[in-house]
Design a protein. Structure first.
Length: 311
């Protein structure tokens, strides 16, 4: 889960996919189908309780096929998003292509992309009945569609971290990429051409909390960790100077470095800033009484039958 906080009142809870199932390199065994399906329902119920706003689709979410995913999406209190998944039978998008939200006056557009390279090849049964449109082409059309309607555009990406980087380098207009699929947690997200690139592990094991402080209407941000680092360096420099600066040359160099740090900090003043935190969710979820009841009921039903309840 990835939370986006625009200010102290506004929160979005978003997921970039691969939430419902563990990774299967072969079709789900027949004797596990009931338990696996019930676990997916448990994940949706838990996400409802956590107040999800939207979920992107990953390839592992299709482990029981498109029909199952469509049916279970109806149990969610939030939309499944996929901008480039097309139902082969109808030629229509499998899910809602984007979502518009307004939080405290900030207009936000959210869309989702799944890479065809996420699958195990052309014969991967998870692709049955689906057409996957080019992520780059769809991203371009989504940005064109959303820009006039929004102040901030967010991509729920299931493309992979390298492709997120590539997309940010080649396409402007996406302000935040919330990515998953690679199984990595990125504590210090890069900002490439005004695009913040976030990564958290899938399967609901970790939550990324992105706090945004908006000082102006420009959709450009810097990491608050950068400011703290500059402030620490300036503080250390000032302490060292009183003890070790002696020659005129050393004083001149000290003064130059001090002025450079101070000028850099001044340039950050009034700019929008971000803080990114990644938290393990397992213990936090256990503390939620309603979710704990759901998990205990699932374990009571399926552990006795020898079905693993681990994610």
């Amino acid at each position: 889960m990835k939370e986006l906080r625009e200010n102290q009142q506004g929160i979005l809870a978003l997921d970039a996919g691969d939430l419902l199932f563990k990774k299967y390199f072969n079709p789900v065994p027949e004797n596990e189908l009931k338990g696996v399906a019930q676990k997916a329902h448990l994940m949706i119920q838990s996400s409802n309780l956590m107040g999800y706003d939207a979920m992107g689709v990953g390839e592992d979410d299709l482990s029981l096929g498109k029909e199952f995913l469509v049916e279970i999406s109806k149990k969610a209190n939030f939309p499944f998003l996929s901008s480039n998944l097309i139902d082969e039978a109808t030629g229509n998008p499998l899910f809602q292509p984007y979502l518009l939200k307004e939080i405290d006056g900030l207009r936000i557009g959210i869309f989702s992309l799944l890479s065809p390279d996420s699958f195990l090849g052309p014969s991967d049964p998870r692709k049955n009945g689906l057409i996957i449109r080019s992520p780059i082409e769809v991203a371009q059309s989504m940005v064109k569609e959303l820009q006039p309607k929004t102040d901030l555009v967010i991509l729920l990406s299931h493309l992979s971290y390298p492709k997120d980087i590539e997309l940010a380098q080649t396409l402007s207009g996406i302000h935040i990429i919330i990515g998953t699929h690679n199984g990595m947690n990125l504590f210090y997200p890069p900002i490439i051409k005004n695009t913040i690139i976030l990564q958290t592990s899938p399967k609901g094991m970790y939550g990324g909390k992105l706090d945004l402080i908006l000082y102006n209407n420009e959709p450009a941000f810097y990491n608050s960790a950068t400011r703290k680092d500059l402030e620490n360096r300036l503080n250390i420099l000032q302490k060292q100077s009183a003890l070790s600066v002696s020659s005129e040359a050393e004083k001149a160099q000290w003064q130059k470095t001090k002025e450079e740090l101070e000028n850099t900090l001044k340039k950050l003043h009034g700019k929008n800033e971000l803080t990114n935190t990644i938290l393990p969710l397992q213990e936090l979820i256990k503390e939620h009484p309603d979710i704990k009841k759901l998990v205990d009921a699932y374990k009571a039903q399926f552990s006795a039958a020898g079905i693993s309840s681990s994610k």
